[in-house]
Design a protein around this ligand. Sequence first.
Ligand SMILES: C[S@@+](CC[C@H](N)C(=O)[O-])C[C@H]1O[C@@H](n2cnc3c(N)ncnc32)[C@H](O)[C@@H]1O
Length: 346
Amino acid sequence: MELILIQSKEHETLPIAELKAVLATEEIATEIECVNTGLILLKSLDWRKFRETYKILVKRLAYTHEIDEIILNTSLNNFEDDFKSIDWNGFISNSYAVRVKRFNNPEIDTISTEKRLGHLIKSQNSDFNVNLENPDSFIRVIISDNRVFIAIERFKLNKKHFQNVKPHKRPFFYPGSMSPKLARCMVNLSHVKEGQLLLDPFCGTGGILIEGGLVGAKLIGSDINWKMKNGTIINLDYCNLEDYEVYHVDVRELKLFKKVDAVVTDPPYGISTSTGGEESPIIFQQFLESISKYMIENAYLCIAHPHYLDIDPMLNDYNFKLLERHQIKMHKSLTRIISVIQKCGL
Ligand SMILES: C[S@@+](CC[C@H](N)C(=O)[O-])C[C@H]1O[C@@H](n2cnc3c(N)ncnc32)[C@H](O)[C@@H]1O
């Protein structure tokens, strides 16, 4: 069985990296094909675990807009005949909508194609009704160059979540908070699983912890600023998260009674957030030293840092290995780097 994913084009590498990390974390065996920028095919999925796989992807991914199950994979020349040949009784119970999306095909008129395809369904079973607002079955036709994918949406991605938990909409706000989408993506890049322990020792307003909690991780957060510690608790409660511990502590004095499975964090750059009176390269070094003791072997660390801060020489000192790196251009003089790092065994 196959799924087709429409991904965000807001970043070149993060959407696909996030997807690969979730597939690996959740042990979903599949073959990935990048059909076009923002269009990904997942092939050879185990049909016995199909619904479960679908649900996991829908629940976790930040940079994926839509996930559909492929009904038929065809070509531009004969897709309308193929569309007609589908027994729609197997896919539609009552109301439906057909939506066409094109990649690299400016000559296709999506509105008239949607109408024609909608009529083809109606001519097969006149009991079906078109409902463009809230259909029971959403039929997606994706045209990419000469290829056409006829698909159906089984579960909706909760697109509103990332709008609803934007930093200024949470009860505790402080400037410099990370966007919920990037926070979720970083959580995914950390390979943390449901029930595992995730640490953010520079938790600020709790944005990363919220996203970690929503994918089912148990949370430990800490911050040098007591207002941030209290604000994080307010924000975690607001999101109905319960499995957390949050401390008011300097990362250099962090003491944990258990090792964590993943660390996801956004340390201060020394520009808009306090560094506890320390230069930012030194705080990064001290942070790596401090957390290296509390990470299980092979645990991932996903960290945001500014382009001008070279953390590579520090990694070896504490037995960390760089796995991947992504760049986000913030403005002329700041590029944010997302590094995915692994704690090696001794
Ligand atoms: C960039 S902010 C984190 C923002 C957070 N990701 C969010 O979305 O709100 C960095 C945080 O590190 C905290 N901090 C600075 N120095 C620290 C230290 N030595 N130990 C622990 N926390 C520290 C600051 O109080 C600040 O809240």
